[in-house]
Design a protein around this ligand. Sequence first.
Ligand code: BGC
Length: 321
Amino acid sequence: MLRTLAGREGFVRIGGDMALGAGMNLGNALDAPPGSEHAVSPRGRYFDAIRDAGFDTVRLPVAWAWHAAEAAPYVVEEDFFRRVDRAVDAALARGLNVVLNVHHYHQLTDAPDEQAERFLALWRQIATRYADRPAPVHFELLNEPRAALTAERWNALLPRALAAVRESNPERTVLVGPAEMNDIHALPKLRLPDDPHLMATIHYYAPFPFTHQGAHWVEGSAPWLGTTWGGAADRGAVADDLALAAAWAADHGVPMFVGEFGAYERADPDSRARWTAWVRECAERLGLAWAYWEFGTDFGAYDRATDTWREPLRQALLPAR
Ligand code: BGC
């Protein structure tokens, strides 16, 4: 199914039926730590809001590792699977593409050799579970490989994970990102397996002291508060970075998805809107699909308290609407 990029002109459609267009991350929902009080419940009305705003895609980060046995055969809790089923089907019912990933698997990134079999077992279960879902459901093998999961180790593990998916999903589009937290500059180290149904993905949070100013989980980020964004050099740097990603994708003959980009709520609102609009605009000019991080919490484009979009961010993302 060919998805449009929210009906806008000027988007180079390089991805054919794999184009994800304009996307929203439903973050801090199925990826939230068990018991987390700020978690977003993936309610139907949130999928309505995403569809009605004009998005094409919802990325669903899912922390499977927190809901699966530690010992072989590493069974995923059935109740958790049902929650994910409901979110996937709610998105599909509204005509949205879905990107379903493995998120927050820190045991794997800390100890890749010890966790490899469990990671493959998770993918066998996920892939089997969703094998009958239609093509708009995409799988993303792993959010932000990092730490001990170096580029070299990731290059060895990812073909095995892809093979585990292919046992039940021979033609499903699978997304793969580079090591070093899906950084654009790590793309040259990524070895893509030979497979006709792959898409590449990167995350974009540069300049980090702007996008993560005052972020409580980033040590040393308090002094960054007050960093603004928007000069010519700022814009040029973003355009150059994304051009590298587009060039790599063109060289490798794969569509590219900017699977996360966003600025934390403590950045000044005007700079945030400017940065968000510019990243989105550069991505579109280069033919890259994208998904904003994230829907309704600390980077949130949507205010769950009032059930309304934060207009400056919504307009930065979907100016035609
Ligand atoms: C993480 C979030 C974090 C975001 C921005 C995501 O990949 O899952 O916890 O807020 O990146 O740093």
